[in-house]
Design a binder for this molecule. Structure first.
Ligand SMILES: Cc1ncc(COP(=O)(O)O)c(C=O)c1O
Length: 307
């Protein structure tokens, strides 16, 4: 999706013009992927935009920093406020929010510790990741020939820039072969996730998803959808999922800040269930949109109002 510039970007404590938020080509992150980031959405509400999952996303940002050893010298509450301030300054009704902490310009060598840490927050308009039609009709996907990184290689639980080389390979391969997205297996051949989404299988009215230790990013949306399923009285199980279950399940869907709740209608050209958005996917999707658009009470504090 093409970037539409906003007025301001928050950088190292102040709001600066969008066009000024540049970094040097020899910054450490450019060469070695030494950054961590978040993807957050703000949805339109009655009194202005509401930021979805702000506390959880900022918490994960700091956890990613701890995992990769990036000392981010701010209080999480300050970053939360900075996100709110940036959305407000840019006068968005709805937007995507990209906080990004990284190793900047200093020395060039693999060891990041001598390069300074910088932080920025950008906000900009963004629609449905795979198009609005995908939310109703579902998407066609394929199992990737790439594997998710093994637990002893890259820390999959960190939302670290360097990890996204794996995601890039997955999504490029999928699109080159005419699919909307790829499903990545872990090194043992079990289902992990999409290139930028978590995955859920529905079988016999139970909702199954891989556990957080299964080479996945612990998605904020994943947690919300598990909560919605439990609230609806649906049994949820976090367990290893064999590839075969992708071909035999009743329903399949992705979750993510960008993907929201996107049904999958085929895997490897094999129809999933009836080939349409299934009833449990439809229920969870409806309940998710009701919550994020503020149409029902925000019982567990998902939303942070900007105004
Ligand atoms: C690899 C990966 N998995 C899962 C997700 C979904 O996470 P969330 O629901 O927090 O957006 C994302 C998106 O951030 C991702 O990049």
């Amino acid at each position: 999706m093409k970037l539409i510039p906003s007025d301001f970007i928050w950088r190292n404590g102040e709001l600066i013009p969008w066009a000024d938020a540049t970094i040097h080509a020899l910054s450490h992150v450019v060469h070695y992927g030494s950054g961590v980031f978040e993807g957050i959405r703000a949805y339109p509400g009655d009194g202005g935009p509401n930021i979805l999952g702000l506390t959880e996303h900022v918490r994960r940002l700091f956890e990613s920093c701890r995992i990769i050893g990036l000392p981010l010298d701010y209080e999480p509450s300050l970053i939360e406020q900075a996100v709110v301030d940036t959305v407000r300054a840019n006068k968005h009704e709805t937007c995507y929010i990209r906080p990004f902490a990284f190793r900047g310009y200093g020395e060039l060598g693999v060891d990041p510790t001598t390069s300074p840490v910088e932080m920025m927050i950008a906000t900009f308009p963004w629609g449905a990741l795979m198009g609005t039609e995908a939310l109703e009709q579902g998407v066609d996907v394929a199992v990737s020939s790439w594997r998710r990184m093994a637990p002893s290689t890259h820390p999959a639980m960190a939302k670290a820039s360097g990890n996204y080389l794996n995601s890039q390979l997955v999504v490029m391969e999928a699109k080159a072969n005419g699919f909307a997205e790829g499903i990545v297996l872990d090194v043992d051949g079990y289902v992990a996730e999409g290139s930028g989404e978590n995955i859920f299988v529905v079988r016999d009215d139970r909702v199954l998803t891989p556990p957080c230790g299964g080479s996945i990013l612990a998605g904020v949306t994943r947690g919300y959808v598990l909560e919605l399923a439990r609230d609806a009285g649906i049994e949820v199980v976090e367990q290893r999922i064999a590839r075969e279950m992708l071909y035999t399940c009743d329903e399949l869907f992705f979750t993510g800040t960008a993907a929201e709740v996107t049904p999958v209608r085929s895997v490897d050209r094999r129809r999933v269930g009836s080939g349409k958005r299934g009833p449990i996917t439809a229920l969870l999707q409806r309940n998710y949109f009701d919550r994020v658009y503020g149409r029902v009470e925000d019982r567990s504090g998902w939303l942070t109002p900007v105004r």
